[in-house]
Write a protein that binds this ligand. Structure first.
Ligand code: GCO
Ligand code: MN
Ligand code: MN
Length: 412
């Protein structure tokens, strides 16, 4: 092939994206509670060792692109759209009014707001630092985000505590830090009750997001399970207002089974919001788009969520890789991520209805006809062929993933 001149690359990318087929229409995409973060689309590709490769994209453009693609909801950190120094001032109100206008003009809704408590230097010692001034500022920030959330009509607030942890051992006292962090969330909930009461709106659902080992060396609330323990520790004045926003990759990063983490959240009644992406075990938070690394795991996760009636947002919290251009972010990255999610979601429905899987699971649950006995060997003997169904179920799931259940075959 001839070298591809710069001015022909976008059309090549568009043509090959089109050639992939299988794209859903914006109307079809809007039927799902898929939410698009401001920060994901605006991300310029930078990292600790990486210079940016894209220009940042401001909210009017992100909102317009999401609307065109059929992403029906938008969410943001406070400082994605409002400069830190403008927070709580008149300038904030002017910006929030512009956002409202942009959303209305494009037929989008704001699903969630989140407070940035990790980027600014003020959070060097976390939002629950020893200094009362930092903690007071953290309380201001989360309360201010609650105000923004109500103004924009959001239903959810998310908290990723970022640097709640330490680099060097013994420098902080963990129980104090955890108590102080609870005070910030209490301030947010109490303020929410007040504001929601005045506005006649429901209070927000406050969702905690854990991440195991970034950006500090040791993190105090590294997993969704740790968050659950903290929510139920007695430190919160309104634990009923506080649930979870697990992120797929964050649960995988520590080496756990994401589906099991979600199952525990479901049992606790706290699976309220879900950040969807992909990545690798025991590596950095690479935030790859959903389904590109672990499609089989994703399929199984969606089976679990469907069967338990999860109806919260699926938040596209991923970072388009730095090899994707500004054009590619909206031409390739977002539409393909949404479409893979929808495909996996619909496939999960097929999986749940699959006669082979259903019969195998029913048989496993029926067990073998054996009189009640305390003879372990006899119980095992009576069931041993039935248990081959576990592997058969896994094979069938693979077939569904590649379409073999619909007759897709390869000639040999
Ligand atoms: C990450 C985190 C963030 C949070 C966001 C919400 O991957 O670094 O998931 O993207 O989701 O900060 O508060
Ligand atoms: Mn996240
Ligand atoms: Mn992440």
């Amino acid at each position: 092939m001839q070298p591809v001149p710069a001015n022909q690359q976008q059309s090549l990318v568009n043509r090959l994206t089109e050639a992939c087929g299988g794209a859903y229409t914006p109307e079809q995409r809007r039927k799902y509670f898929i939410t698009g973060p401001q920060w994901a689309a605006a991300y310029a590709g930078q990292a600790l060792f990486h210079a940016p490769t894209r220009a940042e994209v401001a909210f009017p453009e992100v909102i317009r692109h999401y609307a065109e693609l059929g992403i029906g909801w938008w969410c943001t950190h406070d400082t994605d759209v409002i400069p830190t120094e403008a927070l709580g001032k008149d300038e904030q109100h002017a910006i929030v009014a512009k956002i409202k206008h942009s959303l209305e003009e494009n037929g989008l809704k704001c699903s969630m707001v989140t407070t940035e408590t990790f980027f600014h230097a003020v959070w060097a010692a976390s939002p629950a630092a020893e200094s009362p001034a930092v903690r007071e500022y953290a309380a201001f920030r989360v309360k201010n985000t609650v105000d923004i959330g109500h103004e924009l009509g959001a239903q959810f607030a998310v908290y990723w505590p970022g640097s709640l942890g330490y680099y060097v051992q013994g420098a902080i006292e963990e129980t104090d830090t955890l108590k102080w962090f609870a005070q910030a969330i209490n301030a947010a909930c109490e303020h929410d009750i007040e504001v929601a009461g005045k506005l006649g709106r429901p209070t927000l659902k406050h969702c905690m997001e854990a991440k195991p080992f970034e950006p500090q060396a040791e993190i105090l609330l590294p997993t969704s399970d740790a968050m659950l323990a903290w929510i139920n520790s007695g430190l919160l004045t309104h634990p009923e207002m506080v649930g979870l926003n697990p992120e797929y990759l964050h649960e995988l990063m520590w080496g756990g089974a994401v589906r099991a983490a979600l199952a525990r959240a479901i049992l606790a009644g706290k699976l309220w919001h879900f950040d969807i992406n992909d990545g690798y075990r025991l590596k950095h938070d690479v935030d790859i788009a959903v389904g590109l690394v672990n499609p089989l795991d994703w399929l199984n996760i969606l089976v679990l969520l469907r069967s338990h009636g999860y109806n919260g947002p699926f938040n596209l919290d991923y970072k388009p890789p730095r090899t994707t251009s500004n054009h590619g972010v909206f031409a390739v990255s977002f539409p393909t991520a949404v479409d893979r999610f929808i495909t996996l979601w619909e496939m999960a429905g097929e999986l749940s209805a699959d006669p082979v899987i259903n019969e195998a699971q029913e048989a496993l649950r029926a067990g073998a006809p054996i009189p009640s006995t305390i003879d372990a060997a006899a119980i095992f003997e009576a069931h041993k062929d039935l248990l081959s169904l576990h592997e058969l179920i896994a094979h069938r799931i693979f077939q569904i993933l590649i379409g073999a259940h619909r007759g897709r075959t390869y000639s040999v």
